[in-house]
Design a protein around this ligand. Sequence first.
Ligand SMILES: [Zn+2]
Length: 459
Amino acid sequence: MRVATYCRISDDREGKALGVQRQREDCEWLVQSRGWTLAARYVDNDLSAYSGKVRPGYSQLLDAVRGGLIDGIVAWHPDRLHRSPRELEDFLTVVEQHGVAVETVRAGKWDLSTPSGRMTARILGSVARGESEHKSDRVRRALEQRASMGASHGRVAYGWTRSVLPDGTKVETVNEPQAALVRDLAQRIVRGESLRGIVTDLNAGGIPSPTGKEWGKTMLRHLVTRERNVALRVHRGEVVGPGEWPPILERGLWEQVRAVLTDPTRKTSTSSAAVHLLSGLARCGVCGGTMRASLNRTVPSYRCADKSCVSRNRRDVDEFVTGVVLARLARADVAGLLAPVDDGTRRAAAEVAELRSRLDNAADDYADGTVDREQFHRISERLRPRLEAAQARARVVDSRPLLAEFIGAEDARKVWEALPLSRQRGVVDLLVSIRVLRAAPGARVFDPATVEVTWKRST
Ligand SMILES: [Zn+2]
């Protein structure tokens, strides 16, 4: 399929065409990932949406459609294509006459061959006229653009100070006391101190943290493992080149810290299950230990893996918890649970869920003796770096992209059933915590009151 990309930005104050470049990268990524042929690029930059001025790029695009030169159009968002309902109607006519496919990075496929597709386009069009809602998106994209060009933005990172040179250029220099602390922390971790122990020390000593809040393990881990420490620039979770700031850790020390903190034998809070919905996610209501899949005589169950305090029929618990979660996801306001997400983040979140599931699968296999310790460690060692990389990418927003499919879904259960188990587990883990309480002695029938489901966040 021959497609053309179309990019336009109406508010590119810096006049550097960054906005368009960004849109173009995304559009071309879409073209590539679909396996289409990029036949042409059309660009209109820095033109006001309502000025009524002729857009040369847009006119050329429509000419290409009329001339049968392209079979598809890829834009970043529908609001890049049309500036008014009038333009949209013209566009719809041309597209329909020539049977051209339209897809956008932000709003997906646009099926304009059906009345309902055209209606959606009209609704989107009128929404787009209130442009402002997309402004924040564009600001964010502009910031990302700067990140990929090596500039730092926002608050200066812990370990550095920002100074302004006489010519107005901003430079980052090392904040020696902060940098010394980061180095000290890295060395302590390499020497084998636990994150928990160090965090306790820091808080007890009243050492101010990077955020001003109490020190925590996640904060500490992030602080010492940041690529920034060795002056590597990261964009969307991937190293893209050297940064413009001085390093505060030696590369060797930094590599060691990362090796220690990704050691598969080191206990982390990334725990849990596998081929079963709640294995590793549900906790024992008596001792707080992890519930794992097991057989109670011949009945598939979840059992407290540490002390066998409680055991419960697996199917009953799965059914009950699924019901609770789906009842929440079926509510019309499910979109309120979601932060804006892009495809990259959504893919990363899915990958995190998948990798966690595989790790947990291995843990289950190890627990029931299907794999031995060595095999288990080999598996963990292979998966953990990938998990951490995916987590870093998913962290850009948070794990809420896991819920994306549920927005506007008519039948939440149907969406649920179509999800791979790893995603289902991700959704459960995102929304609720589960404790399995002791059942009444001799109870034969499953009592939902013995499974405590607690909502996380403001769900
Ligand atoms: Zn227990």
